[in-house]
Design a binder for this molecule. Sequence first.
Ligand SMILES: Cc1cc2nc3c(=O)[nH]c(=O)nc-3n(C[C@H](O)[C@H](O)[C@H](O)COP(=O)(O)OP(=O)(O)OC[C@H]3O[C@@H](n4cnc5c(N)ncnc54)[C@H](O)[C@@H]3O)c2cc1C
Length: 365
Amino acid sequence: MVGGGPAGLATAIAARRHGLSVVVADGAIPPIDKPCGEGLMPDGVEALHQFGIKIPDGEAYPFRGIRFVSGGTTAEARFPRGTAYGIRRTHLHRIMADHAAASGVRMLWQAAVTGLHPEGALVAGELVRARWVVGADGSGSRVRDWARLDRRGSDATPEKNLRFAFRRHYRVAPWTDFMELHWGHQCQIYVTPVSQEEVCVALISSSPKLRLEDGLGEFPELCARLENAEPTSSERGAITVTRRLPRVYRGRTVLVGDASGGVDAITGEGLCLAFRQAALLGDCLLNGNLAQYQDGHRTLIRRPALMARMMLFMAKHNHLRRRIMRVFQSSPRSFAGMLAMHVGEGSTRNYISNGIALGWELLKA
Ligand SMILES: Cc1cc2nc3c(=O)[nH]c(=O)nc-3n(C[C@H](O)[C@H](O)[C@H](O)COP(=O)(O)OP(=O)(O)OC[C@H]3O[C@@H](n4cnc5c(N)ncnc54)[C@H](O)[C@@H]3O)c2cc1C
């Protein structure tokens, strides 16, 4: 396994559960931090349960739903089922790494993978023999490159889909048990409660120059809440990108998690998607059927990709977003319907009827 982030650890655990022997090599030192909104939606929590992982009390902050805030308009809805958690990435990593170690996964930390080899992979220049090499090395995956799985051609470069994020934590008691998404003209800001006394604030925008402090200026209410709150982490940046690959395996090399493509961070669905892919990949490694993994991978990414498109549309079109927000505010059922779809609850029929109702309300608005 190249990479011991959430996708690599989940795949390692899934493979161990099928009795395969697994080595994970990661260049970093655990527990690994990463700029993230740190919201684990109910479907992500459920996906983690499949690996036998439960979030212990005190490691995370449960939240009940999502609230959108845009120019004085607010819409909120509870999750139809289950609990979501705000969880520091370092906590999630420690919990998952402990579980992987207890499952018998061999872990090599501070061990960067430097290349592929016909018989396995080179870890710090040394050959580690393996039947399968799984690239779980994140959005900037080198395995993807080495295995020539990077898309080439007209829409090869996802530069147009690049967005830039900055994240910082603040010591302040959460003022809500909702995850908030504040929509501005230039950016969106997520606020996720991660403990009784800390929130995670993450900004996403199309400009690499827009830092958290500048972006917060668009949201006076949020600024006031954070005004006297001490930052508990330094500001860290990351890139988020929507990327679809025509294929996710070649020969014995296969990709999972952000390495295998992904959806914009605005969806908050990256972790859940990675866990679902990991569970599927575990099954497919056992039966040696990577074509089946590729088919399933395509299906798994469909709903998050649709949500990403809808949310990026709202991000780009300020005028339309204001109208949509007015509809969500006056018709809480339509927002609840969208949230249900977001977390994979409800049937296609529900989605269609909710979409038609939303369209109708928009025409009237
Ligand atoms: C700003 C932002 C906010 C987000 N908010 C949310 C959210 O609220 N909820 C959510 O579910 N998702 C969110 N996401 C998405 C989520 O963070 C990712 O989907 C998730 O981290 C993917 O996990 P991964 O294991 O595939 O990749 P990563 O977490 O990037 O892990 C990759 C690992 O590979 C290792 N590695 C890289 N190269 C090598 C190498 N050559 N050799 C060995 N190891 C290597 C790295 O050290 C790292 O540990 C957000 C993303 C961003 C950018």
